[in-house]
Design a binder for this molecule. Structure first.
Ligand code: HEC
Ligand code: HEC
Length: 194
């Protein structure tokens, strides 16, 4: 079950977005929009909230792609939908450009050295680097994993494995198919530590 803590926050932000709708008709300034994103994804794009991904330093194309999937209702996330529903393509691109240019910083979650080591031995044969690049900084539609939140990495890999992420890319679902929770945790600690 997903935690409900963000639902009330989402509600407040949905109200803010609704109010902003009037402004948006004349074009909501990018800076205002970015402030809304920062409430969940962190000022500067580095999230301090459990299970909410950092956006800083993500490949621009990855961000545009995911924003597009949210807008079209292909990747369904309650918290995200109201924020992107009315955006035009140039808005998606401007948001992506903004977050791609920010510096990714590690979260304050504890990183377990033993899990990092175990994760490294798993990541080699599982070929994470072939798509996410050797430093796990991502490329094209493949996200940055380095310095991402540990809890979000675990959460998202479970969703790919258990087929609960709507609009998921099957390339990634195949990679984690049948992988144990313990191994996903090790991979997450390894990836976040890069
Ligand atoms: C109310 C909280 C909230 C707000 C505000 C919010 N997001 Fe999100 N966002 C989320 C959550 C939660 C997820 C992760 C969903 C999941 O579990 O798959 C997410 C995921 C994303 C992702 C996918 C990242 C990835 O690594 O998969 C992108 C891109 C994104 N948000 C961009 C934005 C932008 C741009 C804004 C501002 C227009 C914004 N978000 C505002 C909650 C929020
Ligand atoms: C064949 C290419 C490929 C390989 C190999 C691969 N990935 Fe991915 N990965 C992807 C793609 C593509 C996405 C974007 C998925 C989407 O858009 O639904 C992704 C997304 C992810 C995400 C979601 C992050 C986010 O911000 O939403 C995580 C976590 C992840 N991969 C971890 C890994 C790990 C760990 C490995 C190695 C065990 C790995 N991947 C190997 C292609 C790959």
């Amino acid at each position: 079950m997903r935690s409900r803590w963000w639902r009330s926050l989402a509600l407040g932000l949905a109200a803010a977005a609704f109010f902003a709708g009037a402004v948006r008709a004349q074009g909501m300034p990018l800076g205002e929009r970015i402030k809304l994103c920062g409430a969940c994804h962190g000022d500067g794009g580095n999230s301090r909230m459990p299970n909410i991904p950092s956006l800083a330093g993500q490949p621009e194309f990855f961000l545009v792609n995911q924003l597009f999937l949210f807008r079209e209702g292909v990747r369904k996330v309650e918290a995200m939908t109201p924020l992107v529903r009315d955006l035009k393509d140039p808005d998606l691109v401007a948001l992506a450009k903004h977050f791609a240019a920010l510096e990714a910083k590690p979260s304050e979650e504890p990183i377990e050295p033993a899990l990092v080591k175990r994760g490294e031995t798993l990541a080699g044969p599982m070929r994470c680097a072939s798509c996410h690049l050797p430093e796990l900084t991502g490329q094209q539609q493949m996200p940055r994993l380095a310095k991402q939140r540990v809890d979000y990495l675990i959460h998202s890999m479970k969703e790919f494995r258990d087929d609960t992420r709507s609009g998921a890319d099957t390339l990634m679902s195949n990679v984690v198919s049948g992988v144990s929770d313990a191994d996903l945790a090790a991979l997450a600690h390894y990836a976040a530590s890069r």
